[in-house]
Ligand binder design. Structure first.
Ligand SMILES: *Cc1c(COP(=O)(O)O)cnc(C)c1O
Length: 223
């Protein structure tokens, strides 16, 4: 058994029923994804458009690709024909652009709203207030080729498990608030994407439904 197959089965053994695994394959070669595919993996996460396009072309067509990085509006068109889910959407502007290109492809693209809860400085992600405000403004309801299926976030990159757990908890409570306030009758709004290699066992105890795991499956990335 190859190391990737072994790692995949170790990670899967730690996931409760109902939690799905996004195998984060960025910077890893196609052969690595192929091995994971042969071990039954179907959801892969990538964060660079060019790399994703190359892999999508080369690999089996039943893979569900998740774009997990920051997506520039001018690159949406390249992935719109095939992307399953865009995970890190943090502006109405990006949503409009996704809607436009999804319509051209006669598709509906699933997206997750990215929250910024971690203490680290980053330009990306909605604050909870910004997210509430964007949803309250309601323009997203007119974007018929975009389906908001949940929330995504990254916890702070720290060793303190109490802090990580607290951040996942904030996200989980916010999910409940948004679900009740804006998506009460929408069964598709159900995803909570949190948990990476170092913290996914904590994430699954805090309502995660999608974990995005790279290093723990494929090894260290070579940049
Ligand atoms: C790279 C990446 C991951 C995976 O990180 P690992 O520590 O390798 O598991 C998860 N989520 C996002 C948004 C990433 O960019």
């Amino acid at each position: 058994m190859g190391i990737i197959t072994k790692n995949l089965s170790d990670v899967r053994s730690l996931l409760p029923e109902g939690v799905r695994l996004v195998a984060v394959s960025k910077y890893h070669p196609e052969e690595a994804l192929q091995e994971a595919y042969e071990a039954g993996q179907r959801i892969f996460g990538e964060s660079h458009v060019q790399e994703l396009m190359r892999k999508q072309e080369a690999l089996p067509k039943d893979i569900q690709w998740h774009f997990i990085g920051h997506l520039q509006t001018n690159k949406v068109k390249y992935i719109a024909p095939f992307i399953d889910t865009i995970e890190a959407v943090d502006s109405i502007r990006l949503m409009r652009e996704i809607n436009k290109h999804a319509e051209r492809c006669q598709r509906c693209i699933k997206i997750l709203l990215e929250l910024h809860i971690a203490t680290e400085e980053t330009k990306y992600g909605f604050s909870l207030d910004e997210c509430r405000q964007m949803l309250a403004e309601g323009e997203w309801r007119q974007l018929e080729h975009v389906q908001i299926v949940g929330l995504m976030m990254m916890a702070s990159n720290v060793d303190d498990e109490t802090q990580i757990a607290r951040e996942f908890d904030i996200a989980a409570q916010f999910f409940n608030e948004v679900k009740a306030g804006f998506f009460p009758d929408d069964a598709a709004f159900c995803e909570r994407s949190w948990g990476m290699s170092h913290d996914f066992p904590i994430a699954v105890r805090h309502q995660s439904t999608l974990v995005r795991v790279g290093t723990r499956i494929f090894g260290e990335r070579v940049y």
